[in-house]
Design a protein around this ligand. Structure first.
Ligand code: G6P
Ligand code: MG
Length: 218
């Protein structure tokens, strides 16, 4: 029986995945790495330093920079990203997600956050959703990022639930892999081809309702 939901943030609750992509695209251009939609999809859900490694690898440049230079580039991307967040408000909550979260709370489902982003507290605050996410996995404490199961395992643990009692909600292939490896039920929101490993697929956040989830699990 499902008792809790473990949420990704960027691209699931907040429209911020486009800002992450914009800032990475800009850095890729600067590094002379060709940006593709496939690369953009690969970066979703992946930590800051791991994302930079994927970009360098895509351009065959993984051995071209020192660790210090890599940190400098990742920091630059983050400064760009944080600038793009400056006008974020509750208008940037993706369609239907506020209602969905409120509905979960009203039905006594437990809720936690499993975002890889160190900017998650800032984003939740700007969206005025922090009160629903008292339980959060701090990505700074993780040994392994998505697709490793660690973040979703911890997302269930902080709710005192077993993984089988949780549904994980993701827009990223790496995230769906993480949920599945953690033995939770996975919801993938977005291109069903990219997210084909998910137990339940929705094309759009507006389709994510308790009713539709119950139907899909029946
Ligand atoms: C999320 C996003 C990724 C981002 C990662 C780290 O998972 O989907 O695009 O790279 O968080 O975010 P941060 O804000 O810590 O750089
Ligand atoms: Mg995401």
């Amino acid at each position: 029986q499902i008792k809790g939901f473990v949420f990704d943030l960027d691209g699931v609750i907040a429209s911020t995945s486009i800002y992450h992509a914009k800032a990475w695209h800009q850095l890729a251009d600067e590094l002379g790495v060709t940006w593709t939609d496939e690369l953009g999809d690969q970066l979703k859900g992946v930590s800051r330093m791991d994302s930079l490694e994927l970009i360098l690898k895509a351009g065959g440049k993984e051995n071209d920079y020192t660790q210090e230079e890599k940190v400098k580039y990742a920091t630059k991307k983050n400064e760009n990203y944080v600038n793009l967040l400056s006008n974020l408000t509750d208008d940037d909550i993706l369609p239907g997600m506020k209602d969905f979260i409120e509905d979960l709370a009203a039905h006594n489902y437990l809720i936690s956050l499993a975002s890889a982003s160190k900017n998650a507290p800032k984003v939740l605050e700007a969206l005025n959703l922090d009160k629903y996410f008292k339980e959060r996995v701090d990505p700074a404490t993780l040994k392994h990022g998505k697709p490793d199961p660690e973040i979703y395992v911890r997302g269930a643990e902080i709710l005192n639930l077993k993984p089988e009692e949780c549904i994980g909600v993701e827009d990223a292939a790496a995230g769906v892999q993480s949920i599945n490896a953690a033995n939770e039920t996975s919801i993938g929101i977005g291109d069903p081809e990219v997210l084909k490993a998910a137990d339940i697929n929705f094309n759009d956040t507006s389709e994510v309702t308790l009713e539709n989830i119950k139907k899909a699990m029946a």
